[in-house]
Write a protein that binds this ligand. Structure first.
Ligand code: NAG
Ligand code: NAG
Ligand code: NAG
Ligand code: NAG
Ligand code: NAG
Ligand code: NAG
Length: 302
């Protein structure tokens, strides 16, 4: 801009100068446009290089008894991957157990996990396909919700409930049973701040159930079954393909599915679901950490 004022007198020169200043202005505009366009372009390129698509939470059915050191493989991954979020289901005794608080191994280990910002703990509750006495289910939920007050420790707490053995086929009574339980969870401050509700039918259920949970386990089977059902294609039937509400659990993944093969599996799953667990264990899938547990977390965290 300032260059324009300098070249008033000589016509020819002025002409040259103003063309030059127009060129200079043009260069500035060009640079300004590049400055706006390049950063998003670079980000897109980086995303393409990473190639992993959207992030998803690492879902861990932690049916491991917390003997001293037993939860260390989990805590190790949580602490070294603050960029990944973990949803961890704890299960002291097919639920919270008969007492107001679980045993001393649990009350020692739970606060450790609960203190990480990237961890959301959920309490396991069995529903026996919506047939279990709902009073007993309510009592389990309320027991979890009272942990922080009963222990006077805000870190002995869960932030939601994992309802196991949820039904698949539509049934009016089952739906109102599950709706009542969701309403209860959402009303209890002891399950806050998330008050997260997960249903586990282990397969795609009637969609009316799905809208009463924050997330639904739509697959809990072996790797072979996953492939026999055409991999992630089987989930395309879901309403709006609503990834934020889906959880996928795959066990018995063959040992040779590692490196780039494990990466491709995780990438496909991340595109489909927001909560994912993959294990190479072929028995007691959730009572231990498989040999490729760390590698799975690495691909989830990328
Ligand atoms: C804690 O776990 C250890 C190892 O399994 C066990 O020996 C001990 O009895 C447990 N403590 C309690 C209070 O249950
Ligand atoms: C992890 O959770 C936090 C808190 O809910 C959220 O802000 C963050 O975006 C999440 N990160 C990923 C990678 O999902
Ligand atoms: C469920 O349990 C409550 C309390 O233990 C009991 O009063 C009630 O009769 C039970 N209901 C059924 C249908 O068994
Ligand atoms: C914790 O629960 C036990 C057993 O129900 C009860 O006796 C005790 O009063 C409770 N403590 C608090 C602080 O709520
Ligand atoms: C898998 O895909 C094939 C070809 O599209 C189809 O014929 C078959 O029915 C599918 N299997 C399942 C279990 O969806
Ligand atoms: C996800 O599902 C919920 C409840 O079923 C629905 O309200 C919402 O519109 C869906 N979102 C997308 C993106 O499909």
């Amino acid at each position: 801009m300032a260059a324009m004022g300098l070249d008033k007198h000589v016509n020819g020169r002025r002409c040259l100068q103003s063309r030059r200043s127009r060129i200079i202005l043009g260069v500035f505009v060009f640079i300004a446009i590049l400055a706006v366009v390049i950063p998003p372009a670079v980000v897109v390129t980086l995303r393409k290089k990473n190639g992993m698509g959207p992030k998803a939470n690492i879902f861990v059915p932690l049916y491991v008894y917390p003997a001293p050191g037993a939860w260390d493989p989990l805590e190790q991954e949580i602490s070294t991957h603050p960029e990944a979020n973990f949803t961890v289901v704890i299960n002291p005794g097919s639920g919270p157990g008969p007492d107001a608080l679980p045993d001393a191994n649990y009350t020692r280990e739970i606060p450790k996990l609960a203190s990480y910002d990237n961890v959301r703990l959920l309490g396991y509750v069995a529903t026996t396909w919506a047939k279990r006495n709902i009073s007993a289910v309510r009592r389990d939920i309320e027991t979890y919700a009272q942990w922080p007050t009963n222990s006077s420790n805000p870190k002995i707490a869960v932030r939601g409930i994992f309802f196991d053995e949820a039904p698949q086929q539509y049934d009016e009574d089952a739906l109102s049973y599950l709706q009542e339980l969701t309403t209860l969870v959402k009303s209890l401050s002891g399950l806050g701040p998330d008050k997260f509700v997960v249903h586990n039918p282990g397969a795609i259920p009637d969609s009316r159930y799905m809208s009463t949970a924050d997330s639904t386990v739509v697959f809990e089977e072996s790797y072979d079954t996953f492939n026999e059902r055409n991999g992630t294609k089987q989930f395309e039937v879901l309403p709006n393909n609503n990834r934020s509400q889906l959880c996928i659990v795959i066990h018995s993944v063959p040992d040779q599915v590692e490196g780039s093969k494990l990466k491709d599996l995780v990438k496909k799953l991340r595109k489909t679901a927001d909560e994912i667990f993959v294990t190479h264990l072929t028995t007691d899938y959730y009572a231990n950490f498989g040999g490729r547990w760390g590698e799975f977390v690495d691909w989830m965290a990328k």
